[in-house]
Write a new protein. Structure first.
Ligand SMILES: C[S@@+](CC[C@H](N)C(=O)[O-])C[C@H]1O[C@@H](n2cnc3c(N)ncnc32)[C@H](O)[C@@H]1O
Length: 365
């Protein structure tokens, strides 16, 4: 379906087990979060925030978030899981479930674009361009490491056996050559970072870095428990119990109740922030949107988050590129110290391909 409508992200590849503990969201908190596919907006609401603003400059991302949101209020969990792709189903079943969700009168304007069955073929969580990229990545991968070997490596519980499988099948010139062809300036500039920022990417060559990310996630941590790794390398969830919190059966009632405290906003972060009162936001999840800002936009965004942040507010960001100095807001923010904590975040992050993380706290000025 090349050329057909599809959002960029349909699942958020940013580990909430890093974001959540960093932001320490409390029950009275107002949270400002980049939306992407919505997963971490749902998670922040599940953490008890009083209000979560899910914000995205891309209208189709917010449309997808609103569809997921409507799905969780309309469907039973088993239907929700099939529609999202947590559990297997046929395309006709998913298309029917999506049709049912789109009957919501508030989604009337989305029906035409979103009712294409191809969008739900593998589940709504797989409909995005990044999922398509990963699916093409897997086709190439399986030509050098057969799919059954990849799967066997991920499900293997014994760390020594996994290390042996990795050494035989992944620590090879063929696999490394595949990564170099799949992840280079032509394929990732404009997707992971803007093309103009590619030369500022910290981890160059990215393919070499990503090899190490995969090696540590496969050999040194537990791939059978890492649904992010399974999504990247297998394109599926191995176990419907090992999925993001918002897709878990036993959290569904909680999710449904929590989701009432979400509002969605199409717009760039700066313009949405400008609509908020001074000192009204307690936590910011900025993803890596600062990577996409040139100098002026970078400064303007920091000034605006500084104005909108309550004293004590936390701000979490991640980045693929080298750090930049804070603009004139210096003194208003304290950076979590720093290198040691960032190292831990990187090691614990089940996705692991971001180069840098920063946690800031708004100081009284
Ligand atoms: C920064 S990207 C990173 C995606 C993420 N790694 C994931 O796996 O979902 C997330 C979203 O930020 C949005 N975005 C980028 N710049 C933005 C801005 N200035 N304001 C609001 N949203 C922005 C993009 O449209 C995209 O949907």
């Amino acid at each position: 379906m090349s050329g057909a409508f599809r959002p960029t992200y349909s699942e958020t590849m940013e580990d909430y087990d890093i974001v959540g503990p960093a932001l320490k969201i409390g029950t009275n908190d107002v949270v400002f979060s980049v939306a992407s596919a919505g997963d971490n907006v749902f998670h922040a609401a599940m953490d008890g925030a009083r209000l979560v603003l899910g914000v995205d400059i891309a209208a189709d991302q917010i449309e997808l978030c609103r569809i997921k949101h409507a799905a969780m209020t309309t469907l039973e969990w088993s239907e929700f899981a099939r529609l999202l792709g947590t559990t297997p189903s046929a395309v006709q079943d998913r298309a029917r479930l999506l049709g049912k969700v789109l009957e919501d009168p508030r989604l009337a304007s989305l029906r035409q674009q979103w009712s294409a069955p191809a969008l739900v073929g593998d589940g709504l969580a797989s409909c995005g361009a990044l999922s398509l990229f990963m699916s093409q990545f897997r086709q190439g991968l399986y030509s050098v490491v057969p799919a059954d070997v990849v799967r066997r490596t991920i499900v293997e519980r014994d760390a020594n056996a996994r290390a042996a499988l990795f050494a035989t099948h992944f620590a090879t010139p063929a696999f490394i050559g595949f990564l170099e062809a799949a992840l280079n300036e032509q394929t990732i500039a404009g997707a992971f970072v803007p093309a103009w920022a590619f030369s500022r990417m910290l981890e160059q060559p990215f393919a070499k870095y990503f090899y190490e990310v995969l090696r540590t996630r496969i050999v040194e941590s537990e791939p059978a428990a890492n649904f992010f790794l399974q999504r990247i390398l297998l394109g599926t969830f191995l176990d419907p119990g090992i999925v993001p919190a918002y897709l878990q059966r036993d959290r569904y009632d909680h999710l449904r109740a929590a989701s009432r405290r979400i509002s969605w906003h199409v717009g760039d972060a700066l313009s949405v922030l400008r609509t908020l009162p001074d000192a009204s936001v307690d936590a910011f999840n900025l993803s890596n949107i600062l990577d996409w800002c040139e100098a002026k936009g970078y400064e303007a965004l920091w000034l605006e988050v500084t104005r909108a942040a309550a004293v004590g507010a936390r701000l979490f960001l991640r980045s693929f590129v080298a750090g930049r100095d804070l603009p004139a807001v210096d003194g208003a923010w304290r950076k979590a110290e720093a290198e040691a904590e960032a190292e831990t975040w990187h090691a614990r992050d089940r996705v692991g391909y971001y180069s840098r993380y920063e946690l800031w706290t708004r100081a009284a000025t």
